[in-house]
Design a protein around this ligand. Structure first.
Ligand code: TYD
Length: 197
């Protein structure tokens, strides 16, 4: 069966390793993809991250990348694939709500969610990898220099926004990602199996 699976969580939660392993275990019927993408707009998003710019432009760049990426996901689904996506629209709602709040632009959660739903495909299931931001930060620390997103207090706000999304969306499944990645992968594969993927 085709299906759209999203893996989400704060930086350092281990989602990229988990997404890669889950897609690998599903075999050739699975397609692994990610956001920000590797397209020209995805590269613009990454470039923007290193510059001082309007926090609204920041949000809109991530969304432009998504608007460009979504038809590609739709094509894979139409071809009967299981698409495993490392980050999708929940990332923008979680991160950009936190970022806009920090930049004194108030609470932008509702319009970011509305606008993103319009430009996105509804995932069949989203696995939200939750973790203590201090622990996540310790993991990122091993990978070198921290980006502006990668600070514990910011990551806590981001995770709170993810949890706010999970409260109103039953297709979001929370996974405790303090455990070893192998265990998380097994839990996700079991959940996919139960959903007949
Ligand atoms: P990430 O997938 O973690 O890339 P990398 O493997 O290079 O670390 O994404 C990069 C950063 O972009 C990460 O801190 C989360 C952030 N981000 C947003 O703020 N909004 C979004 O919509 C997306 C997709 C990512």
């Amino acid at each position: 069966m085709s299906g759209f699976v999203v893996i989400e969580g704060i930086d350092g939660c281990g989602k990229s390793t988990v997404a890669e392993t889950v897609a690998g275990r599903l075999g050739p019927r699975a397609v692994l993809t990610r956001e920000p993408t590797d397209s020209w707009i995805g590269r613009a998003v990454r470039k923007g991250g290193s510059e001082e710019m309007s926090p609204y432009l920041d949000a809109l760049l991530f969304m432009a990348d998504r608007a460009n990426h979504t038809p590609e996901i739709a094509d894979h689904l139409a071809n009967g694939k299981v698409v495993v996506c490392d980050r999708y629209y929940h990332s923008t709602v979680a991160y950009q709500t936190a970022y806009l709040m920090r930049k004194s632009r108030g609470d932008n959660f509702d319009w970011l969610l509305d606008a993103n739903i319009r430009i996105s495909i509804n995932p069949d299931v989203t696995f939200l990898l939750t973790i203590d931001p201090e622990v996540a930060l310790g993991r990122i620390g091993d990978r070198g220099e921290l980006s502006r997103f990668e600070r514990a207090d910011f990551l806590k706000e981001v995770q709170d926004n993810y949890l706010r999304l999970a409260e109103q969306d039953p297709t979001i499944v929370q996974i405790d990602s303090t455990r070893p990645p192998g265990e998380i992968v097994e839990e996700i594969l079991l959940a996919l199996d139960e959903r007949k993927f």
